[in-house]
Design a protein around this ligand. Structure first.
Ligand code: PFF
Length: 443
């Protein structure tokens, strides 16, 4: 069977950017920056994204396009030996990430409903905090929304690449960008917002530890969808003639822009309403409703925002599910529909303890963490950076000649910086990732 391809270069860039831009940018980035002291975290994050991140992004896309296979099959085809294990870890990470990701994405759908029903139309932090805590610590309701979100994800993935994933991304990504800009204007003009801007833009390096750096690294991998083969998988649907170095640059840039914009939206509002920036995962869900309550047509904007957040999450979650489904379709001969549904159901069940971690299972600890935090830790802190490390080594040391030739052949010439990229994938990225990982785990 002929492999399906993206309809256009723009379609690919938007789908890859759709994978990258998601809850990681709008929900996770602002609270990670909040917990880690603001500006210094932002600077370290940017430095890591444009060195290691960009380089691993390009490495994944090259692997995918050269092999035209899923994350496991690509390593098998290009080299074999123990290398497919890198893809296997990626598939394991995909199960873990999607299980808790879908829970949080479910919250966004619930908040769409709540913005219309008036349940969150307050500007009182105490009321909003209690509403959020009350909702996520429940059992049935969050699981119901988790199920809806998983069902939507399965639906897009079983519809295929062009008519499912690409079509959705093309409409939704631009809409998200415009809405973010509108909301930022409101957030930064709130009285007291300047303290939030200062928090994000004035680095205080006295707060930086290796822990901060390793948080920034795992955030970079998570946000850019790297280390588990999502970009290998998407790259495998890319036609041979596309310029992937440009695409990798665009995706990285767009993802970073949205994270910074989300920081500019959430953190000024946090300070304007006197919340604690280190409040953690509830930050976006508690502060933004307070901003909406201060706006004309607030309920409408709240609905729109949570709709777009749900959509951003959906274009990401489909890329996570696609990593697993592509493996079963390519290498195991399972049909796409069947693979999407079965894997989706398994991930739904794996998400149940994550959801209950906010309530019933809050005191059930694994290595001192709730199940939700454990999934996040194992995947974002360990598997993604380790995957990125081996992906860099694979391209740098095993297929460098072929990878360079692949890029050169389709760009006409080798762009001048590609030789420099060789040094980054061979030495700098693997060493830096290993060093940060070890420091972060010991710290
Ligand atoms: N990049 C997505 C986000 O920032 O929300 C999450 C994600 C997608 C992580 C795909 C990993 C992945 F492979």
């Amino acid at each position: 069977m002929k492999r399906e391809h993206w309809g256009s270069r723009l379609g690919f860039i938007l789908a890859a950017a759709g994978s990258a831009v998601g809850l990681g940018n709008i929900w996770k980035f602002p609270y990670m920056a909040g917990v880690n002291g603001g500006g210094a975290f932002l600077l370290i994050y940017l430095a890591l994204v444009f060195t290691i991140g960009l380089s691993v992004m390009l490495a994944e896309m090259v692997i995918g396009r050269m092999a035209e296979k899923n994350a496991i099959g690509a390593f098998k085809k290009l080299k074999g030996g123990a290398w497919p294990l890198v893809g296997l870890c990626g598939v394991a990470a995909a199960f873990m990430i999607l299980s808790f990701y879908s829970v949080v994405a479910g919250w966004t759908i619930a908040y769409m409903v709540k913005s219309v029903s008036g349940a969150i139309s307050s500007s009182d932090p105490a009321v909003l905090g209690a509403a959020f805590g009350g909702f996520i610590s429940g059992s049935i309701s969050p699981l119901f929304y988790h199920a809806i979100f998983m069902a939507l994800t399965v639906f897009v993935v079983l519809s295929g690449i062009g008519s499912g994933i690409e079509r959705a991304s093309k409409i939704l990504m631009p809409a998200l960008f415009v809405l973010l800009l509108v909301l930022i204007v409101r957030a930064v003009t709130l009285p007291g917002a300047d303290k939030g801007l200062a928090f994000l833009l004035q680095p205080d390096f006295s707060k930086v530890t290796w822990h901060t750096v390793s948080d920034a690294l795992s955030q970079a991998f998570f946000s850019l969808s790297l280390g588990m083969g999502a970009m290998i998988t998407y790259g495998s649907y890319l036609s041979k003639k596309e310029n992937i170095s440009g695409a990798a640059g665009w995706v990285t840039l767009l993802d970073t822009a949205v994270a910074v914009l989300a920081g500019l939206l959430v953190l000024p509002a946090v300070f304007a309403f006197g919340f604690d920036p280190a409040a953690g995962p509830g930050l976006t869900f508690i502060t933004l409703p307070a901003v909406f309550a201060q706006m004309p047509f607030g309920a409408f904007f709240a609905f729109l925002f949570f709709l777009l957040l749900a959509i951003a999450a959906l274009t990401s979650s489909v890329s996570i599910l696609e990593v697993v489904v592509a493996y079963f379709v390519d290498d195991r001969g399972v049909n796409r529909k069947m693979a999407s549904i079965v894997v989706g159901v398994i991930i739904f069940f794996l998400g149940i303890p994550s959801s209950l971690s906010m309530g019933m299972m809050a005191d059930t600890k694994f290595f001192g963490m709730t199940f939700f935090d454990l999934m996040d830790f194992l995947s974002s802190k360990l598997l993604l950076p380790i995957g990125g490390l081996f992906i860099s080594l694979f391209v740098g040391w095993v297929v460098w000649g072929a990878a360079k030739a692949d890029i050169a052949a389709h760009n006409g010439t080798v762009p001048f910086w590609i030789n420099g990229w060789g040094i980054v994938v061979k030495f700098i990225a693997p060493l830096a990732i290993a060093f940060i990982l070890i420091q972060g785990l010991m710290g």
